[in-house]
Design a protein. Sequence first.
Length: 227
Amino acid sequence: MNIKIALADDHNLVRRGLVALLQACPDITVIGEAEDGFAAFDLAKKLAPDILIIDIGMPQLNGINAIELISGHSPEIALIVLTVHSEERYVSSALQAGARGYLLKTCSVDELIRAIHTVYRGHYYLCPEVADLVIHCYKDGISPPDFKRPTSLLTSREREVLQLLAEGMKIPIIAQRLNISAKTVESHRRNIMEKLGLKQQVDLIKYALRQGVVQFDSWITKKKNGS
């Protein structure tokens, strides 16, 4: 057995550490790395790993939206979320998007390896903290994949445009990045504002930060870099 793994995380140090840890396992091979959601999607299409381990808070295309794209295009790839976020909105969104595993970055190496083997065999794996959350939700009569979030009003493409707009990317650049016309981007922007009841760009940014579409630390970094 040789499990082919790809990694998607915007922190190079995290990726380097994961590569070193995983390559020490005789039945695991790391075949590729990505630093944002779009790169993860391209990597999945190009290399077809057995499992893609992905973070949530990434620039340009966050992990949730990337999971949805990858699951739609390559459902045979098992996706494991490895993140710092344990809130129900992230867990439910990831599961709904198609994640097969969800772990926190505080997990042990042994648990990560166990999750990889479990998901590779076709099962789901949730770390204890997340499993407790899911159990409590079911006890309260709430099914995590059925949580209703405001972003559920948006199409997959609108969520992509929302993140890029919130990160300060200009409409012509978004059009080029998504391979659509600037007119189409503007149409998506109008639809987003209307559906979410937003009036100004600052409202859109606040909404994206509040809903976790973009992460505050990465947004601040982009502002400091003049993006």
